[in-house]
Design a protein around this ligand. Structure first.
Ligand code: 6LW
Length: 481
């Protein structure tokens, strides 16, 4: 049967998956966005629906002053004895921690801190009741995969962290341990998260090693191949309820030349088979594509939320994110029914101070975005629509008042280069602000009385990690300042 990748499109890197009976739960990294760690649910591993976020309270995730690209890195989700555990790192914040919940549709605990300096933590629950923590860190200036026993209740480290593998190349990261047929398998990412990304595996009779690398490493790699998918790696594997095996991993869909990927790193799925001597083979030959052939689980499709949000429910739809923690009075769904009210703050999209912003991921290359804005700006006030990948890479179309003149402006910021490229005097209020996007260009327009006027455009290439954004993907957002 054929299925399409990515299975979760738009910025959704570092996927980790667990199974409870016939239900699958998957989490991805969310960096400087709040709420933190989107949580997805599936019954067939191909079709996913978002059911919430793991970190929904500031007591769980304080993103104050967190720069773009820091924040939530690489969560791991595991299910053990009726409880879900999630371990993760807040870069630039509390470091490594775990949270847990007994109700996947409910709230997660406050963080339990884990005193290990490093990234990409994972948990492994052994049959004898011992819990092991793996992560990437340093011993004697050597970067590699470390393991120690953990008291999962208190977060206390019970054995000295031990380096167990440094992989086969650069940047051994994202370790996960699985016990399969009595052997401990250690799956890692390597090569850095860019075009050299890959996944490798090793195994041992003892959880502390020594680990023997698979002769066929890397087991996932699209390096140097002319495919529509690149940067494959950072995987988690799982046995499905019918006995089949699968890998989820991150990958990108680069476009253009030299290539770039404005949608960020997305979540991909591949089938896994096993060799006679017990090594996993991902999608027959370790490569991953947009169209895949596999013996899939019976299809289970979810109704997806509509593309339009009329802001007429008491809660924000799950697709919406804030940049860092929201300032409580900076937004409201009840001030005016059917509207999202943004109360502009003094800071804007260029910094890392609190900003009145609500956005959603760009999930497809060819999209059209529009929002109706009603706004009576005072001098210097501004509200608008942005395509943004970081505080130093964004384009926006905004209504503002300057020199006593109400106008619509189109501005681009690319690194330290910043320019208002167009401004037109405009009295329409309300006004529709829109973006027509494809893989090449974001074209910004206004629409009033049914007439569409393009105001400016910006290359998609400069809203990408190739242009300097770290780790994330493009958001479409509305903001006020
Ligand atoms: C992630 C790590 C990585 O923690 O990128 O280069 C980091 N690899 O595995 C952020 O996604």
């Amino acid at each position: 049967m054929k299925y399409n990748n990515p299975v979760i499109p738009g910025f959704n890197p570092d996927p980790s998956v667990c199974r409870v009976g016939e239900d699958y739960y998957l989490v991805t990294s969310s960096f400087e966005y709040f709420p933190g760690i989107p949580l997805y649910h599936s019954r067939d591993l191909v079709n996913w629906r978002q059911v919430g976020y793991c970190l929904t309270r500031k007591s769980q995730l304080d993103l104050t002053n967190i720069p773009a690209g820091d924040g939530i890195w690489a969560p791991t989700i595991r299910y053990h004895n009726g409880r879900f555990y999630l371990t993760c790192t807040v870069m630039g914040g509390i470091g490594n921690f775990l949270v847990y919940t007994d109700d996947i549709y409910g709230e997660w605990s406050d963080p339990v801190l884990i005193d290990f300096t490093g990234i990409d933590p994972s948990l492994f629950f052994d049959d004898d009741g011992c819990v092991y923590y793996t992560g990437t860190g340093y011993t004697d200036n050597k970067y590699g995969i470390h393991i120690f026993r953990l008291d999962v209740e208190t977060g206390k480290i019970k054995t000295e962290p031990k380096m167990i593998w440094s992989g086969t190349g650069a940047y051994p990261e994202a370790p996960h341990i699985y016990k399969i047929n009595g052997l401990y398998y250690l799956l890692i990412a390597e090569g850095g998260t860019d075009y050299g990304h890959m996944s490798s595996i090793a195994r041992s009779a003892s959880v502390f090693g020594p680990y023997e690398p698979c002769a066929d490493n890397p087991i996932i790699s699209n390096r140097s191949l002319d495919l529509p998918v690149a940067c494959t790696g950072h995987a988690d594997i799982i046995q499905a309820h019918n006995g089949s095996w699968w890998a989820v991993c991150l990958a990108t869909r680069p476009v253009g030349y030299p290539s770039y990927h404005p949608l960020g790193r997305e979540t991909f799925l591949a089938s896994v088979t096993w060799t006679e001597d017990g090594w996993p083979v991902v999608n027959q030959n370790g490569t991953i594509n947009t169209v895949m052939e596999a013996d899939c689980l019976p299809e289970h499709i979810w109704p997806q939320p509509g593309a339009r949000d009329s802001f007429d429910r008491p809660e924000l739809g799950l697709c919406w994110n804030f940049l860092r923690n929201p300032v409580p009075d900076s937004w409201s769904l009840v001030d005016r029914k059917g509207f999202l009210a943004l109360n502009g703050l003094s800071s804007n999209l260029d910094g890392i101070d609190p900003v009145a912003f609500i956005g959603r991921r760009q999930q497809h290359f060819a999209v059209s975005v529009r929002t109706l804005l009603e706004f009576n700006p005072a001098e210097g006030e501004e509200a608008g629509l942005t395509a943004l990948i970081s505080n130093s890479l964004h384009y926006e179309l905004a209504v503002t008042m300057s020199g006593g003149v109400r106008q619509v402006i189109f501005r681009r910021r690319i690194g330290t280069l910043q320019k208002v490229e167009n401004s037109i005097i405009c009295d329409h209020n309300p006004i529709i602000l829109g973006i027509d996007a494809d893989w090449d260009m974001y074209k910004f327009f206004i629409e009033a009385h049914g007439e569409k006027t393009y105001i400016g455009q910006g290359e998609a290439r400069y809203l990408s990690s190739e242009a300097g954004a770290a780790f994330t993907g493009v958001f479409f957002g509305i903001y006020a300042t």
